[in-house]
Design a protein around this ligand. Structure first.
Ligand SMILES: [Fe+2]
Length: 315
C-alpha cells in the first residue's frame, strides 16, 4: 500500500488518445495537496542562480549529476564552452542545433516526497499497472526512473524511441509558476506526408532500429505543456516526439519525473540513419531524357521505324 495508489486508478481509468499516436495523457495527475508538497520539495524548488556555474554547483550540492542522455553533453566543460561560444558545438548529432545537460537526482532527501515517489514508480504495482494498460507482457522488462532537470539548449530531434524501450512516461513537475508559457515542452508529432515512407520502412523492417530524423520531416500535433500532467506511450513506428529547451534556466529549470520500462533483450541487426532515408531526385534534364527514351522504347515497332527513318533520312 502506498499513499500514491490513487495514481494507479487514474491510469487505469484514463482513455486512450490517438492523435498523433496512441497514448494516455492525464492532467492534474497528482492530487492538489501532493503536487503542492512536491513543488516545495528542495530537490525541485531550487534557489535562483546568478550564472550557469553557480546553477551547476547548486545542483551538484543537491546530488544532481549530469547523465548520458540523447541530446546532451555528458561533460560540464563542453556545455559551458558551448554556452560561452555557441560556435563550438561538441556533438556528432547532425539533426540538432544545440545541446544541453540533463541532470538526474542521485539521492533524494531521506523520508521526503521525492524519495517516496521514486520508490512508488519503481514498484512492481506501478510497473504492472502500466503494462496492463498497454497490453504488454510484464516478463523481461525492468524500470528506470528518476527526477531530472534539463538545462537550456537541451534538444532531441523527432524520433519514435528505440525498439528496446517497452514503455515511456514523462511527468511535468516544473517549479516555475509560468512554466506553461515556456518554450521547453515535449512535441508530439507525425511525419509530413512526403516523409511517411520512413515510418513504413520501420514497420516493414522490425529487425532494424529506429533513428532520429530532422525537425523539417515532421509536424507538431500537440505539446505537453500542462504542469502536473503525465503522458505515457509504448514506443512504436509512429510515436514521434522531440524537444528543444529554449529558455533561461537560472530562475527555475525544466523538471520532470522521467521513466521507462526496458526490455532485457531485443535482437536487431542494424540502424539506418536519417541520411539513409534521404531520396535524391534525378536531376530534371536527365529525367526528361529518360522519359523521352522510355516513350520511344514503348512505341509500336512500326511507328518507331518511321521516326528513325525521319531522323536519319530526313523523310
Ligand atoms: Fe524519446
Amino acid at each position: 500500500m502506498s499513499r500514491f495508489d490513487y495514481l494507479l486508478a487514474k491510469i487505469g481509468e484514463a482513455p486512450f488518445l490517438d492523435e498523433p499516436f496512441r497514448h494516455v495523457e492525464i492532467v492534474d495527475f497528482f492530487s492538489e495537496p501532493d503536487f503542492a508538497q512536491l513543488l516545495e520539495a528542495p530537490e525541485i524548488k531550487t534557489e535562483a542562480a546568478a550564472d550557469d556555474r553557480q546553477l551547476i554547483d547548486q545542483l551538484g550540492k543537491l546530488s544532481y549529476k549530469p547523465i548520458e542522455f540523447p541530446g546532451t553533453a555528458s561533460n560540464i566543460r563542453d556545455y559551458l564552452d558551448w554556452r560561452d561560444d555557441p560556435g563550438c558545438l561538441h556533438t556528432n548529432i547532425d539533426t540538432c542545433e544545440g545541446f544541453g545537460l540533463t541532470f538526474r537526482l542521485q539521492r533524494p532527501v531521506a523520508g521526503g516526497i521525492v524519495e517516496e515517489l521514486n520508490d512508488f514508480f519503481e514498484s512492481a504495482e506501478f510497473r504492472r499497472c502500466l503494462m496492463e494498460k498497454f497490453g504488454l507482457d510484464e516478463e523481461g522488462v525492468f524500470p528506470d526512473v528518476g527526477l531530472q532537470k534539463y538545462l537550456a539548449g537541451y534538444e532531441i530531434s523527432p524520433h519514435p524511441d528505440v525498439r528496446a524501450k517497452a514503455l515511456t512516461y514523462m511527468i511535468n513537475v516544473n517549479p516555475d509558476p509560468a512554466s506553461e508559457q515556456q518554450d521547453y515542452h515535449t512535441h508530439y508529432m507525425r511525419f509530413t506526408p512526403g516523409r511517411s515512407y520512413v515510418e513504413a520502412y520501420w514497420r516493414g523492417n522490425p529487425q532494424h532500429d529506429r533513428c532520429w530524423v530532422p525537425w523539417s520531416w515532421c509536424e507538431t500535433v500537440k505539446r505537453q505543456s500542462r504542469n502536473n500532467s503525465i503522458v505515457i506511450f509504448a514506443p512504436s513506428d509512429d510515436t514521434l516526439h522531440g524537444v528543444k529547451a529554449n529558455y533561461d534556466h537560472l530562475p527555475a529549470q525544466r523538471t520532470q519525473f522521467y521513466g521507462n520500462l526496458w526490455y532485457n533483450r531485443i535482437a536487431k541487426t542494424g540502424k539506418p540513419t536519417w541520411r539513409d532515408f534521404e531520396i535524391r531526385p534525378t536531376p530534371d534534364r536527365r529525367a526528361r531524357t529518360t522519359l523521352r527514351q522510355s516513350v520511344i522504347n514503348h512505341m509500336p515497332m512500326k511507328e518507331n521505324l518511321r521516326r528513325i527513318k525521319q531522323t536519319v533520312l530526313g523523310r
